[in-house]
Design a protein around this ligand. Sequence first.
Ligand code: URA
Length: 450
Amino acid sequence: MIIPYALIQKKKRGEALASEEMRQFFKGYLDGTVADYQMSAFLMAVCFQGLNSEEVDQLTQIMMESGKRFDFSGAPKTPRVDKHSTGGVGDKLTLIIVPMVMAGGIQVPMICGRGLGHTGGTIDKLESIPGFRTDKSLREATEQVKRLGAVILGQTPELDPLDSRLYHLRDVTATVDCLPLIASSIMSKKIAEGIQGLVLDVKVGTGAFQKTLGEAQDLARELIRIGERFGVHTVALLTRMDEPLGESVGNRLEVLEAMEVLKGKSGVVRDLSLTLAGWMFYLGKKASSAEEGFQRAQKILDSGQAYSQWERLVSAQGGDLSQLLLAQFPSAQLSSEKRPVEVWRSPTDGFVESMNGEEIGIASIELGAGRRSLEDSIDPDAGLRILRHTGDKVSKGEPLVELYACDEKSVPKALARLTSAYRFSNVPPQTQPLILGVMDKDGIHPISGR
Ligand code: URA
């Protein structure tokens, strides 16, 4: 039997741990013989000393095996491919991509998270649809994937319970932002899904956790390495996240924007959704290239099939879209839209030079769209509508952002965040492409065309 103190000491000195001692240590944590304070000390030692590749693989495997996994044995051979975003502001792409690839014959057994820090989470967005259940049992979820083609679940006690416990502990011990812990945590859940392919959307910029291209590449490289090691063909798109993706930030507002895109709205949200779906078709062998996959996704979106799949998915998980529209617009019977509680206007003439995505994410949390602590509840209607983005010409007094909240007392703090988030200039700024590169196990490749 290992002595927890000795194992923590070993990691503190930067020594490598044997697979068996790691297994015993984490098993001890699950059965209560290793205490929270010992695990906290261990996690902090990992933050300073890191883990080597064997240790990361071992931790990924231990986490994955701590719970059940999706089991598709005996089911017809349909490709299963997932997408994972490392987190951003206004990122509603999953809600568009999943119905698109379902319609094209790819199955998606997706496990997602809630909002984290200044970023939003897919589970919070979906739960803003009245009745939507993200806590189906693994048996129900597997049955839904086989019958319908997809499920979107939150983390339940059945799936990867070790990650769930470690994540809560990391959240309160300042050990979240540690690359080997992040990579093993993400990949243990993805591998438990029983997928053959994974497309990562690794965000870079002020609204992402990885602020520089170098940090994003390091994370992408490790996620790809783990995926390939466990037999999941993994590619990563490095995408810019300096400003919110699209027009809305906030749970119900984002669901409504995703539905507009599913019904044909153009713009960056549509373009990036098609690109990521294109890669999913390629990994699922439904297209001979990502470009061909893009064309396939575009046809599906434009034909209305993706919107029909969205309606099927929502209804299979108990959601009621008619109630969503009533909830967002409570006076819908009178056909008048819900009004913003405040409009932030341009303080100057000129151009929007830059926007700080993290500040904008925090502004939406101030309004009630996210949690300040784990116990906080979310106001599903709260958030922002971004009317002007980087590069746009603006005139003094012109509306830039609409603010939505139940509690109007939250507005001044949100306005202060918006004021610090926007920078203006007299000349048009240089804009960067949305997609900065594609990575796979062979390295980074510049993106050609889209
Ligand atoms: N998302 C996860 O699932 N785990 C992390 O550690 C960070 C982000």
